[in-house]
Write a protein that binds this ligand. Structure first.
Ligand SMILES: Cc1ncc(C[n+]2csc(CCOP(=O)(O)OP(=O)(O)O)c2C)c(N)n1
Length: 323
């Protein structure tokens, strides 16, 4: 079928999803030891969205993401070590240790960046698409954003403009059912947020966001369309956040039966089950071992990397000996 990832592409998607899971489990453990600074936003259970959607893109395409962007950084081609080094404020981090995990960017890889301002990636990707159109490039921009971000005014303004000017931008809505601790039915007048695309005269599709192949297929169709100059589209990926909003989350607002049901549909399990039909158990084990080893090596290297030497007043430098 057109737009279906090859087995090798799916294996790479699976490997990257595993890497992000190991990354976030590692961050969770280091947080418990008091070795992280500020909240960390994990995407356990949502990896298929960020990884499979960006697997469709070329290096020259650009992606903007959210405060929960680890899967997007790795999916769009960033290596694990500069991402971890950035999270821990090291000089070798993707942004020289100045950004932290919510704002990682890499111009060469086309990662416009994570963003701590809810909804702000939507106009950023739209603006990037406008510049691509003006410069006559065949690239596309993508924005991955949450259901909370979909309720912002800037989302409406950017989508209206993108559709009006037929900009090459694909809006990938990572519908994980919550904005902070607020369930989506309390913040939205509609359950399927992509019905709003019709209001902009923009095509849309709803997919199982835990099924990496389904995400890839839907997104690749809309990316091809945008690349042909036919304008923007929205893909609504239905998924679920298995961990808390961040490492600061006290929990207690997600139903145990919902968590259990979505755990049964973990994107890693779904992909593994699909891949078992196509490759040997031995090949899957090799991929799994390689993902684990790569993340372990990246943690070890990044955590021994030096801190940056900023010209700042040490009184407000969280990395100084005084703190
Ligand atoms: C403009 C703005 N308003 C409020 C916040 C506080 N805030 C941070 S994350 C968040 C919820 C975001 O929900 P969603 O877009 O669904 O993303 P998710 O956390 O579920 O991935 C809120 C309200 C913020 N960072 N920026």
């Amino acid at each position: 079928m057109k737009n279906t990832p090859s087995v090798e592409e799916h294996l790479e998607i699976y490997r990257k999803m595993l890497m992000v899971r190991h990354l976030e489990e590692g961050l969770g453990a280091l947080h418990k030891e008091g070795r992280t600074r500020g909240p960390i936003h994990r995407c356990d259970g949502q990896e298929a969205v960020g990884i499979a959607a960006t697997a469709v893109l070329e290096t020259g395409d650009k992606v903007a993401t959210t405060h929960r962007g680890h899967a997007v950084y790795i999916g769009k081609g960033m290596a694990m070590r500069p991402v971890i080094a950035e999270i821990f404020g090291r000089a070798t981090g993707a942004c020289g240790g100045r950004a932290g995990h919510m704002l990682v960017a890499d111009a060469e890889k086309g990662v416009i960046g994570g963003n701590a301002i809810v909804g702000a990636g939507i106009p950023a990707a739209t603006g990037m698409a406008l510049s691509m159109q003006i410069m006559g490039q065949s690239n596309v921009a993508m924005c991955i954003f949450g259901d909370g971000a979909a309720q912002t005014g800037i989302c409406h303004e950017a989508m209206n403009m993108a559709a009006l000017w037929k900009l090459p931008v694909v809006f990938v809505l990572e519908h994980n059912q919550f904005g902070l601790t607020v369930p989506s039915e309390v913040q939205s007048s509609v359950a399927d947020l992509s019905v709003r695309a019709a209001g902009y005269n923009m095509p849309s599709e709803i997919v199982d966001g835990n099924d990496a192949v389904a995400v890839y297929r839907a997104v690749s169709g809309m990316v091809e369309r945008a690349r042909r100059g036919e304008g923007p589209a929205m893909i609504e990926c239905k998924t679920y956040r298995l961990e808390g909003f961040s490492t600061s989350d006290m929990g207690g607002y997600q139903k145990a039966e919902d968590i259990a049901a979505w755990k049964d549909r973990d994107p890693l399990t779904l992909s593994r089950n699909m891949l078992m039909q196509a490759v040997s158990e031995e090949r899957l084990s090799e991929v799994e071992a390689s993902a684990k080893a790569e993340v372990e090596a990246a943690f070890e290297a990044a955590l021994s990397d030096p801190m940056p030497t900023f010209a700042v007043d040490n009184a407000c430098n969280p990395y100084s000996e005084a703190h």
